[in-house]
Design a protein around this ligand. Structure first.
Ligand code: CP3
Length: 353
């Protein structure tokens, strides 16, 4: 664990800009959460939304992994769903069920009645939490990442009303009523663009877009029904002057399209070799990823082998940010995360790898 007074080199932000760094920067998606005892302790007294809606608590949770591990970036504690409250959606998290949208948006009337939110008002708690977290991170030289769900992924929760396996309702709307789909996606695009920008203005030093469900789409549908909106939000976020990371899962069949979002950094899951991903999108992008989070549940040698393979695949090229290919699983041991982060920092790429 780093001493509290150490000031860290800006290796995460430098890597986002593909500048050379002293060590490969590392942070983990879902680095705050139930695998940590400190988080579970707080959750005895507060619901998930309570933690997000109270800036002091959100700040406290954001800092938990920063105090526990030698991470190179923090990510603000929030979730992709609460910003939907601004459109008039009722959002909740229920034990064992994940996120719920109680008034799912499934027809023209519902789409037409979505509100145009004042972002400062409807997401004030996260914007305020960002300011609090910056006060704690700045003396340590650790940058803060803000984030949002991508329009497609948010649309899928809005239409299904929660998690889903096949996303039948979402795809039916998208394929059958492209006119309504556009109306819904335009609303979400305005929301996300404004929210990302507001986070940067509040102090987020990088912005990540989570398009968790993009891989449900074939390339032609992604290009038509998701990509144009992703391009618009990336463009809007970039006006804030901070690096933008676009992360999706299951999109190894259309990585070139992910790159067309125009983000500075492309996040990839473990379904593709990192070097191949880089060849396909080109050297003008930084890459974030891509260890299979499940391997952290195996004994350490399995983690070490796969982590070394990811780092060798990146080959020490500037612009690699080490991360998992998706979020930390709740069954993960804190000990493994400690070892992982330290291993990434001390690893020397094998010559010729
Ligand atoms: O540490 C961090 O990464 C920041 C916080 C963060 C959370 N969710 C907290 C959370 C971030 C960046 C997210 C993003 C998010 N939320 C995504 C995109 C990334 C991904 O994992 O694909 C999605 C799809 C969601 C929606 C969501 N929120 C789901 C599907 C669930 C339930 C599944 C689960 O893991 O419990 C959540 C709940 C959630 N979001 C928890 C946390 C810590 C667990 C809440 C709890 O029970 O205490």
């Amino acid at each position: 664990m780093a001493g509290m007074t150490d000031i860290r080199p800006p290796r995460f932000l430098d890597a986002c800009r593909r500048k050379p760094v002293d060590k490969t920067p590392v942070w983990l998606m879902r680095q705050a959460g139930r695998y940590m005892a400190e988080y579970r302790e707080l959750r005895k007294d507060y619901g998930m939304l309570d933690l997000i809606h109270e800036p002091k608590l959100a700040c406290q949770v954001t800092m938990q992994p920063i105090d526990a591990f030698d991470l190179d970036a923090a990510i603000i504690f929030a979730d992709i769903l609460p910003p939907l409250e601004g459109l008039g959606l009722k959002v909740g998290f229920e034990a064992g069920e994940g996120p719920i949208v109680y008034n799912a948006v499934r027809d023209e009337a519902a789409i037409k009645s979505l509100k145009d939110p004042d972002i400062q008002e409807t997401t004030w708690f996260t914007l305020e939490a960002i300011k609090l977290v910056r006060q704690q991170l700045d003396p340590r030289g650790i940058p803060l990442i803000g984030f949002s769900g991508a329009p497609f992924t948010l649309a899928s929760y809005s239409v299904e009303g929660g998690s889903s396996k096949d996303f039948i309702l979402t795809k039916r709307l998208m394929m059958g009523r492209p006119d309504l789909w556009k109306q819904l996606m335009d609303k979400l695009t305005t929301l996300v663009g404004g929210y990302l920008k507001a986070q940067a203005e509040a102090g987020a030093q990088a912005l990540q877009i989570f398009d968790t469900w993009a891989g449900l789409l074939g390339p032609a549908d992604y290009a038509r029904f998701a990509l144009p909106y992703n391009r618009a939000i990336v463009q809007e976020a970039k006006t804030a002057g901070v690096p933008v990371i676009y992360f999706s899962t299951g999109t190894d069949g259309m990585l070139e399209l992910a790159a067309q979002t125009g983000a500075d950094v492309i996040g990839v899951d473990w379904r593709i070799d990192l070097a191949e991903a880089w060849r396909r999108i080109g050297p003008e992008f930084a890459i974030q990823g891509n260890l299979d989070p499940t391997c952290l549940l195996a004994d350490w040698p399995a983690v070490e082998e796969r982590t070394a393979a990811v780092l060798d695949s990146a080959g020490g090229r500037p612009g690699h940010i080490f991360n998992l290919g998706h979020g930390v699983l709740r069954e993960t041991s804190v000990e493994q995360v400690t070892r992982l982060v330290d291993f990434v920092h001390q690893y020397q790429v094998k010559p010729g790898a």
